[in-house]
Design a protein around this ligand. Structure first.
Ligand SMILES: *Cc1c(COP(=O)(O)O)cnc(C)c1O
Length: 405
C-alpha cells in the first residue's frame, strides 16, 4: 500500500466481506430464517453504514441522532431496529407504523403504546421486549462488565417483565412479537449466549408468548483466532431455541457491531521523535491512547511495526515506551522490551483497532483522523477526511460574529 500520511484508520473491505459472510453462513446453517442488524453506535462511519446496507443489514439504532443518520443514508423505517433505554416518541411511532422493529426498554414506552393503540384502533402493533435476567446466577463463571449486573431491559426476576407483559396484553391491538436479549459481558462466552437463548425459551413458555422473532443482540467476539466466533455462538443459540421455536415461524435476529469489523480495522501511526529522559526512552508517535482507548482502560495494544530499514542492524534497547501526541502523561501505550532501537519514521500499526474508536474518538488536541478503505479491487478510497478547524468550528459562534446574532 502506498505510504499515506499518518495517523489514519484503515478498513480492509475484503476482511469485512469475510466476517459478514461467516455471520450469514452461521445463521443459514443453524436457523435458516434470520435478519441481521448492524449496531450503528459501534461505528457510525457513513461509508461503513452504506456498506452494511448493501450487505442487507438493518440499522440497529439507539438514539434519534442515529435514526436521522440511518435515514439520511437510505435505511427505510421498516429496516430499522430501534433499541435503547431512552427513545423519542415520534421516532418510536414512525418506526412502529412503518413495520420496523422496536424493542421496549423503558417505563414510558408501554404508555406510549397504549396511546398509539387507541389512536390507531385498526392497526396492529408488534413490539419486542428487552429482557434483563440474572446472568451471574445463570452463568457463574461469566465475567460481567459491571459487578452488579446489567441495567437494561425489564427485570425477569423481580416481576417487572411480567408486569409489562400483563399491561401490554390488555391492549387489544398490541402484540408482543419479540424478545431482545442483548447483554454484553466481558468474557463473551458461547455459554452465556446459550443461557440467554434458554431464557428466551423459558419466558416464552412461562407467559405463553408466540414470538415472531428472537433478537440475540450483539456483544460477540469475531475476527480473532484466539476467541470464539459466529460459528461457535449460533449452534449453541439455535440448539436452545429449538426447544420452543420453529425457524418457520420465528426469525432469529443478530445485531453485532465490533465482531463484524475488528478484523478489518487498523490504525497507523509513525514515530516522530525519540526522547531520552534520564534512563528512559520515549518514542513519541502521532497516534494516541485517545485514538485507541479513550476510556483509558486498556493495557494491551496488538500491533506490528514497519521499520524504515532492517531492524537487525540496530542496537537492542532494554526498554522503549511508545507514547502518544497528547500532552497528557498517561498517554503511554506500551513498552517494547529488549527490542531493536526504533527511529524516526518507523511505523506502528495497531491491529484490530478502531472498531469502536473510529467514531468514539475525542476531539482532543487533534480532531478525527482520516479513514482510508482498501477496496476489493485493491484501490484506495478515502472514506473520511482528517477533521480540521473547519469541521470543529461548525455551529460555533464567537462574540464578534456578525452572521449569527
Ligand atoms: C452495543 C450494542 C450492540 C452491539 O454490540 P457489539 O459489542 O459492538 O457487538 C448490539 N445491540 C445493542 C442493543 C447494543 O447496545
Amino acid at each position: 500500500m502506498q505510504a499515506l500520511n499518518t495517523p489514519y484508520f484503515h478498513i480492509q473491505e475484503t476482511d469485512l466481506d469475510k466476517d459478514v459472510s461467516i455471520l450469514k453462513q452461521a445463521l443459514t446453517d443453524n436457523w435458516g430464517n434470520w435478519i441481521v442488524g448492524y449496531s450503528v453506535k459501534t461505528n457510525s462511519l457513513p461509508w461503513l453504514l452504506c456498506y452494511m446496507k448493501e450487505q442487507g443489514f438493518y440499522a440497529e439504532i439507539v438514539s434519534g441522532t442515529e435514526y436521522r443518520l440511518a435515514k439520511r443514508l437510505g435505511f427505510p423505517d421498516n429496516q430499522i431496529i430501534y433499541n435503547g433505554p431512552i427513545k423519542e416518541k415520534e421516532i418510536f411511532t414512525d418506526i412502529l407504523l412503518a413495520g420496523g422493529l422496536v424493542n421496549l426498554d423503558s417505563s414510558e414506552e408501554p404508555a406510549w403504546l397504549s396511546e398509539l393503540s387507541a389512536r390507531f384502533p385498526d392497526r396492529t402493533f408488534s413490539v419486542g421486549l428487552r429482557v434483563n435476567c440474572d446472568i451471574a446466577s445463570l452463568c457463574p463463571d461469566e465475567v460481567l462488565v459491571e459487578e452488579e449486573g446489567g441495567r437494561f431491559g425489564y427485570c425477569y426476576e423481580n416481576g417487572a417483565l411480567a408486569e409489562v407483559i400483563r399491561s401490554l396484553s390488555a391492549l387489544p391491538n398490541v402484540k408482543i412479537s419479540g424478545l431482545h436479549l442483548h447483554s454484553s459481558t466481558q468474557s463473551r462466552t458461547v455459554n452465556v449466549y446459550g443461557a440467554l437463548a434458554r431464557t428466551a425459551v423459558k419466558i416464552a413458555q412461562e407467559y405463553g408468548l408466540k414470538l415472531s422473532y428472537v433478537d440475540m443482540g450483539g456483544g460477540y467476539f469475531g475476527g480473532r483466532d484466539d476467541k470464539p466466533d459466529y460459528r461457535d455462538y449460533f449452534p449453541a443459540i439455535c440448539r436452545e431455541l429449538r426447544a420452543a421455536f420453529d425457524p418457520k415461524e420465528t426469525v432469529l435476529i443478530a445485531e453485532p457491531g465490533v465482531s463484524l469489523i475488528s478484523r478489518a480495522t487498523t490504525f497507523a501511526t509513525t514515530v516522530l521523535d525519540v526522547k531520552h529522559i534520564r534512563n528512559h526512552v520515549f518514542l513519541v508517535t502521532d497516534g494516541s491512547r485517545t485514538n485507541l482507548n479513550p476510556l483509558v482502560t486498556r493495557h494491551v495494544y496488538p500491533h506490528h511495526i514497519e521499520y524504515t530499514d532492517a531492524p537487525e542492524g540496530r542496537p537492542t534497547v532494554p526498554s522503549q515506551w511508545v507514547t502518544g501526541f497528547t500532552c497528557m502523561e498517561y498517554d503511554r501505550l506500551f513498552e517494547i522490551k529488549d527490542g531493536p532501537a526504533l527511529q524516526k519514521g518507523d511505523r506502528i500499526i495497531y491491529d484490530t483497532a478502531g472498531g469502536y474508536t473510529m467514531c468514539l474518538n475525542p476531539l482532543f488536541i487533534h480532531y478525527f483522523p482520516p479513514v482510508w478503505v482498501t477496496k476489493r479491487d485493491g484501490s484506495l478510497f478515502k472514506a473520511r477526511d482528517q477533521w480540521d478547524v473547519e469541521e470543529f468550528m461548525q455551529k460555533n459562534y464567537t462574540e464578534g460574529d456578525t452572521l449569527h446574532e
